[in-house]
Design a protein around this ligand. Structure first.
Ligand SMILES: NC(=O)c1ccc[n+]([C@@H]2O[C@H](COP(=O)([O-])OP(=O)(O)OC[C@H]3O[C@@H](n4cnc5c(N)ncnc54)[C@H](O)[C@@H]3O)[C@@H](O)[C@H]2O)c1
Length: 382
């Protein structure tokens, strides 16, 4: 008997709606998967747009009521690409129905929501995944492998920043600037990725957050529903903190949506006793590597173009040297999710709700450190 397809219901049809629709389609085309991902139902709010979206992307059905997708007995996996305040309700409903869940980051807008999601995943035992997609840029997956192989030795420094520049005073008051819907600003939007990457590449955990600063530079923004009026922006525009890792490394973290002139610079630099790596998403196919064990005469930074079939995920795409883009990180994750659901190991680990809750605890430690101007041990954030 042929293996049945993996029927997906996706919630959200805009930025991540497109990224995920493309990912499920491309995963089925470019990876040899144990089950074929099938675009079963797309759910969002605007019926006219949804009908067109479903046709354009090949979704078999669409609905403005996401609950109907959860009660459909043929759906296998719920994929959540909606604003952060909706993650909890949608994930809990899916988990209670026994459906696997792939949820966008941050796990939730608040730590309380995130904890409830983590607890529900534990209680139901249903597989969960969180779209920390940058892990699956081949160059970053390679960095993770090099550290795991001991090529950097003991880690001393982690220097990480996620910088974007689109959030100036002319940017309207969308959901990303409303605490009730986003939970936080640059913290959940960008820093969540940075924390996940630092944990992923080092294989270590943050033990303490200190010296955090949150800043809301722009307090009023134009209301999208009535451009003649302004409303209160209630989230951080920028967040910075220092950290200590369990293994002894120290780290600095910075995220902002006000880095004028910078589009999408997700950077990490790690120095170890025997070597170092650095990555910037603006040149996402390259990993810079310094091997301290090479003879001094030829020692130096090398730029590895991580597109050879020897590099993680690259063999599934184009011949060596043909660049991958943002969308491939999602397709790689979609493929890994299908593989993990079949019981096999993904190419690199996928964060589940338990793992993403650890990232959320670091975010919460940063909030508390900024609010109380103090150091916060992760063991105090539960
Ligand atoms: N992994 C990444 O690189 C990445 C990038 C961008 C956004 N995200 C995350 O993805 C999520 C969505 O962000 P986005 O940029 O796609 O937002 P968006 O504003 O572009 O799209 C939100 C979608 O949610 C739908 N929606 C809103 N309320 C709904 C409801 N009550 N029921 C059903 N659908 C509803 C909207 O109709 C829209 O289709 C957020 O959690 C965000 O943090 C992740």
């Amino acid at each position: 008997m042929p293996t049945p397809p993996l029927n997906i219901a996706l919630f959200g049809s805009k930025f991540m709606g497109k990224a995920h629709s493309n990912a499920w389609l491309q995963a089925g085309h470019f990876f040899d998967l144990p089950r074929r991902p099938a675009l079963h139902t797309i759910a969002a709010r605007d019926a006219d747009y949804l009908e067109r979206f479903a046709k354009q992307w090949g979704w078999a059905g669409w609905t403005t009521d996401w609950r109907t997708a959860i009660s459909d007995p043929v759906v296998d996996l719920v994929d959540i690409g909606t604003p952060n305040h909706l993650h909890r309700e949608q994930a809990l409903a899916a988990l209670e129905a026994g459906l696997a869940v792939a949820c966008e980051k941050p796990l939730a807008g608040t730590i309380d929501d995130a904890r409830e999601m983590r607890d529900a995943a534990r209680r139901t035992g249903v597989p969960t995944f969180v779209w920390f997609n940058y892990r699956r840029a081949p160059a970053l997956a390679l960095a993770h492998q090099l550290v795991a192989e001991g090529r950097l030795g003991r880690i001393y420094h982690v220097r990480a920043a996620y910088l974007q520049g689109w959030g100036g005073p002319d940017t309207p008051l969308g959901w990303r600037f409303q605490k009730s819907r986003a939970g936080s600003g640059a913290l959940g939007d960008l820093m969540a990725h940075t924390i996940d990457l630092a944990r992923f590449v080092t294989g270590d955990e943050i033990a303490e957050v200190t010296g955090a600063i949150e800043e809301r530079f722009i307090k009023q923004r134009t209301r999208p529903d009535d451009p003649t009026k302004k409303g209160r922006s209630s989230v951080d525009d920028a967040v910075l903190f220092l950290a200590r890792f369990r293994g002894g490394a120290v780290g600095s973290f910075e995220s902002t949506r006000l880095a004028t002139g910078i589009k999408n610079s997700n950077r990490i630099e790690i120095h170890g006793e025997q070597g170092a790596v650095r990555f910037n998403f603006e040149r996402m196919n390259e990993l810079e590597f310094f091997d301290g064990n090479e003879p001094p005469r030829t020692q130096g930074w090398r730029t590895i173009q991580a597109m050879h079939e020897a590099h993680p995920y690259a063999a599934n795409w184009w011949p060596d040297g043909h660049w991958l883009g943002y969308e491939h990180t999602f397709a790689n994750q979609a493929a890994d999710i299908v593989v993990a659901l079949s019981g096999a190991d993904p190419i690199v680990p996928i964060p589940d709700f338990e793992d993403a809750f650890t990232t959320q605890r670091v975010m919460e430690a940063a909030v508390q450190s900024a609010r109380h101007r103090t150091s916060v041990k992760l063991s105090e954030v539960t």
